[in-house]
Write a new protein. Structure first.
Length: 195
């Protein structure tokens, strides 16, 4: 399933690229996750992180296609027995790395492809788990996290000459952890270049 989604994404990018104008949009940004879940005997709360990647903006009409590839680095705070009043309970931090493949449609709200553009995008985001930095005190392993996830995203941005600024919100459509309920909702803000 994962390989099929990735192959379809790249086939679409290549097919659209042969027929239409393509803008390349590398970007970096920050993100915050709303994930909070109880796993085994500890709690995981995701915090702020960073992201980097690129989008392809295909088409110079009012509606455009925007596939991309992004790496998300999410910091999570782990706490064992967090429900106890004892202040000596174990705490630790870990880093979860994800690779996201957003497949979006966009609309230019200010019309054509001018020097200053305001746009909105929305679509789906298949996500693969890339790795987990193992904690020394509390064991959170890659096996505890679903290696494939899916989200729905929407956002808006502005192009000013060759610079881009955008904000997105992704709603998790599947549980993030294997044996615990909790979906990973992420808000991110990015700045990039467009050429």
């Amino acid at each position: 399933m994962k390989k099929l989604i990735i192959a379809t994404l790249f086939a679409c990018m290549a097919g659209f690229g042969l027929q239409a104008q393509v803008d390349f949009n590398p970007k970096i940004g920050v993100n915050a996750s709303g994930l909070d879940a109880k796993i085994k005997d500890f709690r995981s709360e995701a915090r702020a992180g960073w992201n980097a990647g690129f989008d392809l903006r295909v088409g110079n009409e009012m509606i455009f296609f925007q596939p991309g590839v992004h790496i998300y680095n999410i910091n999570a705070e782990l706490s064992q027995n967090p429900d106890l009043d004892d202040v000596s309970f174990l705490k630790d931090e870990t880093t979860i790395q994800l690779v996201k493949f957003p497949i979006d449609l966009g609309i230019r709200l200010t019309g054509g492809n001018g020097l200053i553009n305001i746009y909105a995008v929305g679509g789906i985001t298949p996500t693969l788990l890339a790795g987990v930095k193992e904690s020394s005190n509390i064991q959170l392993r890659e096996d505890d996290i679903n290696d494939f996830n899916l989200g729905a995203n929407f956002g808006a941005g502005v192009d000013i000459f060759f610079l881009t600024f955008d904000v997105r919100y992704e709603i998790g459509l599947k549980d993030f952890y294997v044996d615990a309920p909790g979906r990973n909702n992420i808000i991110s803000a990015s700045v990039g270049l467009r050429f």
